[in-house]
Design a protein around this ligand. Structure first.
Ligand SMILES: *Cc1c(COP(=O)(O)O)cnc(C)c1O
Length: 434
C-alpha cells in the first residue's frame, strides 16, 4: 500500500483531475473525504463541523440497503476473490451468475424468465430498449420503434435512457436535436393513496392507442419516480398501462432500479399493482451497494421473439458482463435481504420518518412532506441551496445530498430508530437553511 494521501493533498489532486457527478471541472464545492464506512456511518478523514462520522441518509444513492462493511457481503466478496474476480461471459459461464439469474427469476413477477446481466442501471435500460425494438423488428413490424413514458421520470444518463427522462429541467433541451424523440404522457397525478383519476387513465389509454403503430414499448418507474422528482403515484395507473399495452400490441417495461429490493414496502413496486411487465430493469440495491451491477429481465415471449427473428441474437455483450465478484455479492445481498423480516424494517423506518418529518410541514417554504416505504421527502417551493443544506445536515452529523427542490432521505434498512430520528432532524435543518 502506498502511504495515504494527506487530506489537503488529496483534495488538491481531486480538484485538479477528478470529475464528479453532474458537476463542472474543476468542481465548485469541495467534497468531503471519506476514509471508511461501517454500518450506517461514513467516517471522514477530517472532522466536519465537529463530526468525524456522519450517519448516512442516502444509502449511497439508494444502493447500500444493508449498510457498509457488512460481514456477510465482505465474506461473499472475499470468497469469490480467492476463486476468480472475473472471466469473460462469452462462451463461459459460472456459478455466481447462474445463481444470481435464477434467484432474480424466482423473486420477480411471474412471467419474467430470462436475465441479461449489465454493468450499470443505464446500460440495463439500453438493453431493455434494444430488446423491445428488436422484438418488433423480428416480428416484421420495424415501424414500432418509439417509446412512450410519462413526464417526471428518470431512467439514466446514457442516450436512450436520457430520451425518456423528464423533458423539463433535464438535459433534454441541450440535446433536443440529437436525442431520439419519444412520446410523453402527462406526469401521473400525485399520491400513492390518491383515488385514481379517470381522466388521467383515459389520457394514457388514448395516447397509447393513438401511437400504437409507432410504439415498441411503454417504459415507466412503477409507483415512485425517483431522480425525476421523488413523486409517488397510485399503483392503479400501472394496471391501466398493462391493459392499454396489451390492447395495442405494445410492450411494457418497468424500471425498478430505484424501487426494487423492498424500498417502497414491496419487494418490487410492481407488487403494489399486482401487474407484471414484459421487461424489467433492476440495479442500485442489487449488490447491496458494494459494486456496480444491474440486470434486465424479460419474458419468454420477448426472448423467443428476438431469437426467432432474421437476426436471431441480441447484439449486446459488455466486457464485464456477469462479473463473478459482483454476482457473488449480489447473491449474498439478495439472500441477506430475504433471510430477514425486511418488510418490518422498512415499515419501521417509514413510521419513524413520518414522525420525524411531521414538523417539516410547518417550516416556511416547505410545499409538501411525503413518506412511502423507507423513503422520506421534503419538497420546497424553491430550489435547494445545496451548499447551505448539506452544511446544515453535516452540522447534525448526517450525510444528505438534496437536489432541485428536494431534501430527502433513503436510509439503509439497518438504520436504528435513534439514527432515523437524527436523519429527520437533519432533513428539517437542511430544509430550513434552504
Ligand atoms: C439510478 C437509476 C438509473 C440509472 O442507473 P445507473 O446505475 O446510475 O446507470 C436508471 N433508472 C432509475 C429509476 C434509477 O433510479
Amino acid at each position: 500500500m502506498p502511504d495515504p494521501l494527506r487530506p489537503a493533498d488529496l483534495l488538491a489532486l481531486d480538484r485538479a483531475h477528478v470529475w464528479h457527478p453532474y458537476g463542472p471541472m474543476p468542481g465548485r464545492q469541495e467534497p468531503l473525504v471519506v476514509e471508511s464506512a461501517s454500518g450506517v456511518r461514513l467516517r471522514l478523514a477530517e472532522p466536519a463541523h465537529g463530526h468525524r462520522e456522519l450517519v448516512d441518509g442516502m444509502s449511497s444513492w439508494w444502493s447500500a440497503v444493508h449498510g457498509y462493511n457488512h460481514p456477510v457481503l465482505n465474506e461473499a466478496a472475499r470468497g469469490q476473490l480467492d476463486r476468480m474476480s472475473h472471466v469473460m461471459f462469452g462462451g463461459l459461464t459460472h456459478e455466481p451468475a447462474v445463481r444470481l439469474a435464477t434467484r432474480l427469476v424466482e423473486i420477480t413477477p411471474e412471467p419474467l424468465r430470462h436475465v441479461f446481466l449489465a454493468d450499470s442501471g443505464s446500460v440495463s435500460v439500453e438493453v431493455a430498449v434494444k430488446m423491445c425494438l428488436q422484438y418488433w423488428r423480428s416480428a416484421g413490424r420495424p415501424g414500432k420503434h418509439r417509446l412512450l413514458t410519462w413526464r417526471g421520470g428518470y431512467h439514466g444518463d446514457t442516450w436512450q435512457p436520457m430520451s425518456v427522462c423528464d423533458p423539463e429541467g433535464g438535459m433534454h433541451e441541450l440535446w433536443s436535436g440529437s436525442l431520439p424523440r419519444q412520446i410523453f404522457a402527462d406526469a401521473p397525478p400525485d399520491g400513492f393513496d390518491a383515488e385514481p383519476d379517470e381522466a388521467y387513465a383515459r389520457h394514457l389509454r388514448e395516447l397509447i392507442a393513438a401511437h400504437a403503430e409507432d410504439l415498441a414499448a411503454v417504459i415507466v418507474e412503477p409507483v415512485v419516480q425517483g431522480a425525476g422528482g421523488m413523486r409517488f403515484h397510485s399503483p392503479a395507473y400501472l394496471r391501466v398501462l398493462r391493459e392499454a399495452c396489451d390492447a395495442n400490441d405494445v410492450l411494457l417495461v418497468f424500471d425498478e432500479i430505484a424501487t426494487g429490493f423492498g424500498r417502497t414496502g414491496r419487494l418490487f413496486a410492481a407488487g403494489h399493482a399486482g401487474v407484471s411487465p414484459d421487461v424489467m430493469c433492476v440495479g442500485k440495491a442489487l449488490t447491496g451497494g458494494y459494486m456496480t451491477l444491474a440486470a434486465t429481465l424479460c419474458t419468454s415471449r420477448v426472448a423467443e421473439g428476438i431469437s426467432s427473428g432474421d437476426v436471431p441474437v441480441l447484439a449486446h455483450g459488455p466486457t464485464f458482463m456477469g462479473n463473478p465478484l459482483a454476482s457473488a455479492v449480489a447473491c449474498a445481498s439478495v439472500d441477506l435481504l430475504l433471510a430477514q423480516d425486511w418488510e418490518r424494517e422498512v415499515k419501521r423506518i417509514g413510521t419513524a420518518l413520518r414522525q420525524g418529518l411531521a414538523e417539516a410541514s410547518g417550516i416556511p417554504g416547505v410545499r409538501d412532506v411525503r413518506v412511502l416505504g423507507a423513503i422520506g421527502v421534503v419538497q420546497l417551493d424553491h430550489e435547494v441551496d445545496m451548499a447551505a443544506a448539506t452544511r446544515a445536515a453535516v452540522r447534525e452529523g448526517v450525510w444528505l445530498r438534496p437536489f432541485r427542490d428536494l431534501v430527502y432521505t433513503m436510509p439503509p434498512y439497518v438504520t436504528g430508530d435513534d439514527d432515523v430520528a437524527r436523519i429527520c432532524r437533519a432533513v428539517c435543518a437542511a430544509a430550513k437553511e434552504s
